[in-house]
Write a protein that binds this ligand. Structure first.
Ligand code: GLY
Length: 405
């Protein structure tokens, strides 16, 4: 066994031993709860005639409602990969073959994305949460091809003059240039994966260029992030940082910062370049230092109406999942700090305040989708559930000294 592998194994053991979190939080109980809610959702989707429309994906449950609002898996519905991804994670947690069958059917509704031109950057969210998890668990060669084809499609949005992927082609005029949003970092994982699994090695270069330019321009000196960076399409010059879903251009939108933390953790995993490891700790620390007592952020850290402002459980779930991975790359003191923070997030999210419980079939309440547009405020949203179950599985793996990936 190589020294590096031995050290990583030792790190995982120390991390498992040093943290008290194993006793504080019952991860199996939380995963059982997710399985119950998955079955409730499937029953709801079957409706009265017992037939599921596999192209209709659960998206949200508004605060005043109790059943899923579903959206058709079309090229412009960015959330369609999360429900298939949840089914794959639930299959991983339970081994239930019936859940696997449902995961396969919902996943296949997204194949068209590998056969059509890119609508926007969300292809990683769409295909890697669904087909990516499916391939990880089944090694189905058809899934691999879908991911490879979609990675090539995503790469068509890369502008080499700028050095990033264009997030929203439809909004170039509105922003006055090549726009790159923080969320786009999540799509890089599919490019790294494709480059390592038979795709063009150039895909990895694109991902690294994108990460570098984002690191340089899309964060303020205090390491809080702009949701959107606008670049000159021809020269690649940074024109301005602004927001689309945050409170204001200069505020820290919680989910944007969460995408940054998750994204740079992935970029470090894939490159092992310590510049990213140093950087992700800085953007994590400013997030952690400004959290409220229960570790679930207000939707934007600078909303002047705090403490009456809505929370964003989705940001908490994304960061919890990221920190559990990040903790495995760090010396034991910092690793323990991040792992314990992640467990505090999961304890809060698993409390009666944040779990939907019997009231709704979602896992979680209290996420905020797009506050400036007045949409999905204080709602159950499917991506919060996706990152919640992912984080729970990662914690379970950490407890048994397995790799979290
Ligand atoms: N990617 C869009 C959002 O985080 O709301």
């Amino acid at each position: 066994m190589k020294t590096k592998t031995l050290l990583a194994g030792l790190g995982l053991c120390l991390l498992a031993a040093c943290s008290t979190s194993k006793d504080e939080f019952n991860v199996d109980k939380a995963l059982d709860y997710c399985d119950t809610q998955v079955h409730r959702t499937l029953t709801e989707l079957k409706g009265n005639d017992g037939n599921i429309d596999y192209t209709m994906m659960p998206r949200n449950i508004m605060d005043s409602l109790t059943t899923w609002h579903c959206r058709k898996a079309t090229k412009d519905e960015w959330c369609s990969g999360f429900w298939p991804g949840i089914l794959w994670y639930d299959y991983e947690a339970t081994g239930d073959e019936k859940i696997k069958e449902e995961a396969e059917k919902f996943t296949s509704s997204l194949k068209f994305l590998s056969e059509t031109p890119a609508f926007d950057h969300d292809l990683g969210f769409l295909i890697f949460c669904s087909y990516g998890n499916g391939y990880r668990l089944t090694q189905n060669p058809e899934y691999k091809q879908v991911i490879l084809n979609t990675a090539d499609t995503l790469a068509t949005l890369f502008n080499p003059r700028v050095g990033t992927i264009l997030s929203w082609p439809r909004n170039v005029e509105m922003f006055g240039g090549h726009n790159t949003i923080m969320d786009n970092l999540i799509n890089l994982e599919m490019l790294f994966w494709a480059a390592k699994n038979g795709g063009n090695p150039y895909l990895s270069d694109i991902a690294i260029a994108h990460a570098d330019k984002t690191m340089k321009y899309q964060f303020r000196p205090d390491y809080t992030s702009y949701h959107v960076a606008v670049y000159d399409t021809l020269t690649g010059d940074f024109l301005r940082g602004c927001t689309h879903q945050g409170y204001a251009d200069n505020t820290m939108w919680a989910r944007g910062q969460a995408w940054g933390i998750y994204g740079f953790t992935t970029v470090y995993r894939e490159t092992k370049d310590t510049r990213y490891l140093d950087f992700v700790q800085k953007i994590t620390d400013v997030y952690l230092q400004n959290l409220p007592a229960d570790y679930v952020p207000y939707w934007d850290f600078d909303d002047p109406s705090i403490p009456s402002a809505p929370r964003d459980a989705s940001a908490a779930a994304i960061v919890a999942s990221a920190l559990l991975e990040l903790s495995t790359y760090l010396p034991v003191e910092k690793a323990t700090e991040y792992k314990d923070a992640a467990v505090k997030m999961l304890i809060s999210l698993s409390s009666d305040k944040y779990q939907s419980g019997k009231s709704k079939p979602s896992f979680l309440l209290h996420s905020t989708g797009h506050w400036p547009a007045g949409s999905e405020i204080d709602a159950s949203i499917i991506y919060a559930d996706y990152y919640y179950i992912e984080a729970l599985l990662r914690l379970k793996k950490l407890h048994s000294n397995q790799s979290v990936i």
